[in-house]
Design a binder for this molecule. Structure first.
Ligand code: FPP
Length: 254
């Protein structure tokens, strides 16, 4: 398993230059982890770390857009994150609103589609409204699709698909032998999007935390010890460079 920090001789510039611009991953998914620990190290409240994490989002979105990545899915709030103290949940919701209000014009100018995945009907109304505004404004763009995963859980998503399919069968609109992987994918939040090619998790944790469970069947994983607020363009470039040097066989042989 590769960890950032081992190839100390490479510089920022090197990784950017080393990337094959004709083999950019179409879909990158990121578990933005380590905000709380980043803040704790500085004797600051956890929300300070989340605010710093938003700066990283800005930078990574720009970098992906410039590189021609088609989909960037950011894990911003999981179905389990409601267990956090209400002040932290509230601060995250406020940051989301602030981010959308401040960025949507710029994102639109840069041809980005602002989309969300997850059950956003449980988010505060103001978040839902801002997400809707952002989507409506940007939905006809043709560049990067930024998927904000909010109140998202992989198991919840799969459970919803099972329910949907069961209902179709009950209504006589589907036979069980018509159920295949394509049909399941069609009812996921990520319908019509390619599965992630690359999944990045910073902060030294090596788990999926209920993120895109169906979609990551053949995704390449990249881990790093760096906390999300310290994650810079060069880390993204390094992750892409490493991805490009993986041997993807999808269960087959060369
Ligand atoms: C995980 O770090 C991070 C989150 C649960 C929230 C991520 C949210 C943001 C970066 C900002 C808000 C989102 C948008 C789209 C504006 P952690 O708190 O679990 O860190 P720790 O593991 O160090 O405690």
């Amino acid at each position: 398993m590769f960890q950032f920090g081992k190839k100390k001789t490479q510089t920022t510039q090197n990784y950017y230059e080393l990337i094959d611009k004709n083999n950019i991953p179409k879909h990158i998914a990121i578990i933005m982890d380590g905000n709380g620990r980043w803040a704790k190290k500085r004797n600051m409240p956890r929300t300070f770390g989340h605010r710093a994490g938003v700066e990283t989002i800005r930078e990574v979105v720009k970098a992906c857009s410039e590189l021609g990545v088609k989909y960037l899915t950011l894990y911003a709030f999981s179905t389990e994150n409601w267990k956090r103290p209400s002040e932290e949940v509230g601060a995250l919701m406020n940051l989301l609103v602030e981010y959308l209000r401040a960025e949507v014009e710029e994102l639109h100018k840069n041809n980005v589609i602002v989309n969300s995945i997850g059950d956003i009907s449980k988010l505060p109304q103001i978040c839902q409204d801002e997400l809707k505004n952002a989507y409506e404004k940007t939905k006809n763009n043709t560049g990067l699709t930024l998927n904000l995963a909010l109140n998202y859980g992989g198991r919840d998503e799969i459970k919803n698909v099972v329910k949907k399919i069961a209902q179709l069968i009950e209504k006589g609109e589907l036979n069980s032998d018509q159920i295949d992987e394509e049909l399941i994918s069609k009812y996921l939040y990520t319908a019509n999007m390619p599965d992630p090619d690359l999944l990045i998790r910073p902060s030294g944790e090596y788990r999926l935390s209920n993120f895109l469970l169906w979609q990551v069947a053949y995704t390449e994983f990249w881990f790093s010890n760096i906390f999300w607020p310290d994650f810079k363009r060069e880390h993204l470039y390094q992750a892409i460079y490493d991805y490009q040097n993986r041997d993807r066989r999808f269960g087959g042989i060369k």
